[in-house]
Design a protein around this ligand. Structure first.
Ligand SMILES: [Zn+2]
Ligand SMILES: [Zn+2]
Length: 322
């Protein structure tokens, strides 16, 4: 079968590999479509490294070989027995494995995966939408941790796929969203998806504008751009006793001088929100279709990831199909 294999930075290739073995509680899933995530780009650019020869991809769906049913594949496996699993924090499991990172991923014609990692797809979820469930689950998880009040100001820094989902879920929670990015095309989309205010950080001072809009600073700040500059800016955007979510891996040093009693925390992918994410998409509560800017067959994976890493192509979500 064909699969997208990581050989190092800027070196991910489609190769012929043996079919995976289906043993024990695993089932065989025929890959139908997936999407390229910021994590894949970190690997492509060389920010993060994984084992050479590993199949990448962790946001995808397919059909079960045994029943023919459509399923989303959740990329996190947990042991169910450790300190964190027993406290309901399965995504922090001490023996956690991530498909596409610490274990072979989903960009392959066939995937052997544990049955409990499969979430059935209702008819209301289109084939394209099913390929982008991960950022919805991450946005749900982050907003669950923040639990903002109705009418709170939520500043979302970075309007890539994850930021655009944070914007949409914050609107579902009844918040006022301030969307920040350096790219006009992303801000236009953020506005279309419900952002109340947009700030182009390449043209204006984000901190001054947020202070002007909110008077005392944003109740909640979600950092989803992942740059040192935007991480280090967060203490100056949040109000006293506000909350800051640093999404995924981040770098930077926080100057907390003025951020009195504010709460800062990091957040990461969680499998627990996948069923709710699927349900929200099925009921048209979030708009995923408008995030799609490009699509490529799995055979053209190299072109797909090159495009995702090239800002001149104005990528948001890139769909990879079977
Ligand atoms: Zn991801
Ligand atoms: Zn565990």
């Amino acid at each position: 079968m064909k699969a997208a294999i990581y050989y190092g930075p800027r070196n991910i290739k489609i190769k012929e590999v043996p079919e995976p073995k289906v043993t024990g509680t695993k089932v065989s899933v025929q890959f139908k479509a997936g999407s390229i995530c910021g994590t894949d780009l970190h690997l492509y650019r060389g920010d993060w490294k994984i084992k050479r020869g590993r199949i990448i991809g962790h946001d995808a769906w397919g059909t079960r070989a045994d029943t023919g049913k459509r399923v989303v594949m959740s990329p996190v496996t947990s042991c169910g027995k450790c300190y964190y699993c027993k406290r309901g924090k399965q995504s922090l499991c001490e023996r956690v494995l991530y498909y596409g990172l610490t274990k072979g991923g989903f960009f392959a014609e066939t995937v052997a995966i544990r049955e409990k990692n499969l979430i059935p797809l209702p008819n209301g979820v289109s084939d394209d939408e099913a390929a982008m469930i991960e950022p919805v689950a991450l946005a749900l998880h982050t907003l669950e941790l923040l639990h903002p009040e109705v009418n709170d100001f939520v500043t979302v820094v970075g309007q890539g796929p994850i930021g655009l989902l944070m914007t949409q879920i914050a609107k579902l929670k009844g918040c006022r969203v301030i969307a920040v990015d350096t790219q006009a095309y992303r801000l236009e989309l953020a506005e279309k998806l419900g952002a109340d205010y947009t700030i182009n950080a390449s043209e204006e001072d984000t901190v001054k504008r947020v202070k002007r809009i909110t008077k005392r600073g944003s109740d909640v700040v979600i950092e989803s751009a992942g740059t040192q500059k935007t991480v280090e800016q967060t203490p100056f955007l949040v109000r006293k006793a506000g909350q800051v979510a640093l999404v995924g891996e981040f770098e930077g040093y926080l100057n907390l001088g003025d951020a009195d009693e504010a709460c800062f925390f990091s957040t990461y992918i969680s499998a627990a929100e996948y069923p709710t994410a699927v349900d929200l998409v099925a009921h048209k509560k979030v708009n995923l279709q408008s995030l799609i800017t490009h699509r490529f067959p799995l055979d053209d994976f190299e072109k797909a990831i090159e495009t995702a890493a090239d800002p001149t192509q104005k990528p948001i979500k890139i769909i990879v199909t079977s």
